[in-house]
Write a protein of this length. Structure first.
Length: 235
């Protein structure tokens, strides 16, 4: 495989495996949608109610990716009591439920990229660490009737990097995990692909830097949604 300095993945025919990708699993925040304003407002609302400082959008980018509870814990300073975290999560959800899509926008070209992947005969899914009801609502607003599966963290889907939900989707489709790819921007996305025995594509338009993700072991990057299908076909 050839990974150029620009981040564009160039296939090497001698390294290409026989198995073709049959399932593309997308992260939500930082991959399909830019959601930082809404997440920042919701957590800042919770912090105000708890007498804590507001958080910035830069802090939100740093804190998210491991579920709402970890987001709240980090916003509280990392040493909060469980009861404080519970309150912050409840306050966050109360505000966020009324503002799920206020400032969220799909990344330029991502709708077209997903459509192109589906038209190539590849199933598409969403696997997010956002709580399940919010994930499903947001996808229904911005990507109606698009994905074969949509899962957020909840009773029936453990938080990434646990591979259980990823593997369930593969099982439901009757495919092996190496015939699936996780497309995301965070360490959790990379780790869930590794834990499931799947491929990965790290997008560089999200909330984590290429440098960080390279340090974490990522080897396949996409700099633009328009590159995704070409990269998927080369995996």
């Amino acid at each position: 495989m050839n990974h150029s300095g620009s981040g564009v993945f160039t296939p090497d025919p001698l390294e290409k495996e026989d198995k073709m990708i049959k399932l593309a699993v997308f992260d939500l925040d930082g991959t399909l949608l830019y959601t930082i304003p809404d997440l920042t407002s919701a957590m800042s609302s919770a912090m105000v109610r708890m007498g804590r400082p507001l958080i910035t959008e830069d802090q939100t980018k740093e804190y998210i990716g491991n579920g709402i509870r970890k987001f709240a814990e980090r916003a509280l300073g990392g040493a909060a009591a469980e009861e404080e975290i519970d309150r912050a999560v409840a306050y966050f959800k109360e505000y966020y439920a009324e503002h799920l899509t206020d400032g969220a926008v799909p990344y330029e070209g991502i709708r077209e990229a997903v459509r192109e992947i589906k038209n190539a005969g590849i199933k598409c899914a969403v696997l997010s660490n956002k709580y399940d009801s919010a994930t499903k609502y947001i996808i229904d607003v911005f990507f109606p009737d698009t994905f074969d599966f949509v899962y957020g963290e909840g009773e029936f889907c453990k938080r990434k990097p646990d591979p259980e939900c990823f593997l369930r989707m593969c099982s439901d489709l009757g495919i092996e995990s190496e015939e699936a790819v996780m497309i995301g921007d965070s360490p959790a996305d990379l780790l869930v692909s590794e834990n499931a025995g799947a491929k990965h594509i790290i997008v560089t338009w999200g909330y984590r830097t290429r440098e960080l993700m390279t340090e974490r072991g990522a080897t396949v990057f996409a700099d633009s949604p328009s590159e995704l299908l070409t990269i998927i076909k080369a995996l």
